[in-house]
Design a protein around this ligand. Structure first.
Ligand code: G6P
Length: 606
């Protein structure tokens, strides 16, 4: 899983390649590399770790070629060392790859038997060997690539350079996204349109099975038989892409603090002047469907899990929810013509995308709640409801999560209205609550100094438990995920009622338990579970509202108190202190908050 770029340019290619890679670092930062053609010969620089290391390498050993390819890696096959860093070069062919070649072992054995010598442990290197072998057999570059692609199982976005061909860059796609960009006398290729933003604003997207042949003068699209294809180009608006940390030390902190604003913007798209929900592009008759499927990964999955409670409560609509990597391999009994909702910040997560196609082939209407509107998922969906979180740079998702929640509750309310199970009065009372969310979130941010104090305790723990009931249960899962992502402290989220079925065995004075329990219909039961922890000496942090704090009135707890608020909107405000707790614990520990080890912002392999 990685990001790839290519430039066939007028000036030295390494600076624009590096700039484009910077925008793809969200796809991985285990290693990076660039290859260019200089006087007809391939030369490359590679470095382990973040892009900054490659930049230092290039500063001391510059590349001057005007045509090049680049890569930022999230290791799948082979350790993150320099040998496994892309580009891979074999016999006059250089390539970069995003995806996984599933039959790489078989191909490697075949190539080895024929005398090939491998220098990396990657699946990608087999492709370079295969193409180079076709070149040796006399094939021209395009023909060589065309011959090899049908032999590859799995997914790929590939870019190739060929020794002796100073005006030729070839891209190919199956499963992994790939875009090309048009310049004047120069052309570009990248894993997404955003990577090309500083270079051009005119882009076209490859479809599965496409080959793109780039020269300085033109871009030609071919199918695997070599037949020409038409792929429309479009002008992309990139104005919203300027990203700075502002006064914050980390993007994660900035993004947590942006939430009242971006959640407000997201909601404003869906609330009209009459204080009703309006989903302009959603031509779904909720009255005729009997089930909604919600599918996502990671934090987006937890947003979906909260939405399940909302769809059931406000729309009386059964919800089938699953993690994308499971959903697509199950024998889901889809009812014809139902709705499948896909939730994703990036719109590029491989498993979510594959599940989307799976649902489509089973006759589902596909709605995506997505933050990157130029993404593959947005383009593949029947209906797109954008979240307006703006670019999210911190790898651990924060503002995208609450914007997803804001959008999902609007869909649930609209569904309830159109199914005739939510009265106009109830809708307007829910909408009044939604309109107050930004101010509740702002109040939640005021807890920051107290959260910082509690983070000191958390940062010394080796484990932590998060518990809650109802919508507070998915929040517990998300709170635990946030903590482990950025602090590397082992954390688990549990339904509070499940505590006694196992995790209670872990409770002792060294295991902080974060209880998420505002004064909702599950409060009393959650308090009983809290008492069970206190009785066994477990330290408690209680995240609640004013009424909950007065009812709990226990000196055995540290309390984070939010204002009283409607039950429907509480998850958005409660998410904020959980995010702050993870952030401050990580900042105290000095981890790489915005780019935690082993993670990537967008997971483009299955
Ligand atoms: C990665 C990110 C998470 C994100 C998940 C799903 O694991 O680190 O923050 O929630 O992917 O990504 P998506 O872009 O589909 O929301």
């Amino acid at each position: 899983m990685c990001g790839i770029v290519g430039v066939v340019g007028r000036g030295p290619a390494s600076a624009p390649l590096l700039d484009a890679l910077r925008r793809l670092e969200y796809r991985g930062y285990d290693s990076a590399g660039i290859a260019t053609l200089e006087a007809g010969s391939l030369t490359r620089r590679r470095a382990v770790g973040k892009l900054a290391n490659l930049k230092s390498r290039l500063d001391s050993e510059p590349l001057s070629g005007r045509i090049g390819i680049g890569h930022t890696r999230w290791a799948t096959h082979g350790r993150p060392d320099e040998n496994n860093a892309h580009p891979h070069m074999v016999g006059g062919v250089a390539l970069v790859h995003n995806g996984i070649i599933e039959n790489h072992r078989e191909l490697r054995n075949e190539l080895k038997a024929a005398g090939a010598h491998f220098t990396s442990e990657t699946d990608s290197e087999v492709v370079a060997h295969l193409v180079s072998r076709e070149r040796k057999n006399g094939c021209e570059p395009v023909a060589a690539v065309r011959k090899v692609l049908p032999r590859l199982n799995g997914t790929f976005a590939l870019a190739f350079l060929f020794e002796g061909h100073e005006n030729l860059l070839i891209g190919a796609r199956k499963g992994s996204p790939l875009a090309v960009g048009y310049g004047r006398g120069e052309m570009f290729l990248g894993s997404d349109a955003i990577s090309l933003a500083p270079l051009t604003d005119v882009v076209a997207y490859l479809e599965d099975g496409d080959l793109a042949v780039l020269t300085r003068e033109q871009i030609e699209f071919l199918d695997v038989n070599g037949e020409r294809l038409h792929r429309a180009s479009a002008k992309i608006a990139f104005s919203a892409l300027a990203v700075h940390k502002g006064e914050h030390r980390h993007f994660m902190a900035k993004e947590i603090h942006e939430q009242p604003k971006v959640v407000g913007q997201t909601l404003a798209q869906y609330i009209d002047r009459n204080r009703t929900i309006r989903l302009p592009s959603v031509d779904v008759d909720f009255g005729t469907i009997d089930r909604v499927s919600i599918v996502a990964c990671g934090t987006a999955f937890y947003a979906g899990l909260i939405a399940k409670y909302w769809f059931e409560r406000y729309a009386k609509l059964p919800v089938e929810i699953d993690i994308a990597s499971e959903f697509r391999y199950r024998d889901v009994p889809f009812g014809a013509g139902n709705l499948a909702i896909f939730v994703s910040q990036s719109g590029e997560t491989a498993d979510t995308l594959a599940s989307l196609e799976f649902a489509k082939t089973h006759g589902q209407r596909v709605l995506s709640v997505v933050n990157v509107q130029t993404s593959t998922m947005a383009r593949a969906s029947n209906i797109v409801l954008p979240t307006l979180a703006g670019p999210e740079i911190g790898v651990a998702s924060t503002k995208a999560f609450t914007c997803q929640l804001a959008t999902l509750i609007c869909i649930a309310i609209a569904a309830g209205r159109s199914r005739g199970v939510l009265s106009a009065e109830d809708e307007s009372s829910l909408v009044r609550g939604l309109a107050e969310i930004p101010s509740y979130m702002a109040r939640a941010l005021e807890l920051e100094p107290k959260v910082h104090e509690l983070a000191r305790k958390i940062s010394t723990a080796s484990d932590a438990l998060f518990i809650g009931r109802g919508t507070n249960y998915p929040l517990a899962l998300e709170g635990a995920l946030k903590l482990k992502e950025v602090t590397y402290i082992h954390a688990e989220g549990y339904a509070a009622g499940e505590l006694k079925h196992g995790p209670i065995a872990l409770i002792d004075k060294n295991l902080p338990v974060i209880v998420i329990a505002p004064s909702d219909r599950t409060f009393e039961k959650a308090m009983s579970n809290t008492q069970e922890v206190i009785a066994r000496g477990g330290p408690i942090i209680l995240l609640t509202d004013q009424k909950g704090a007065s009812l709990a009135a226990s000196s055995a707890c540290s309390v984070l108190e939010l204002p009283d608020m409607p039950q429907s909107v509480a998850p958005l405000a409660l998410a904020v202190p959980l995010q702050l707790l993870a952030y401050h614990s990580a900042a105290i520990l000095g981890t790489d908050v915005d780019q935690p080890r082993n993670l990537a912002k967008s997971v483009t392999v299955e």
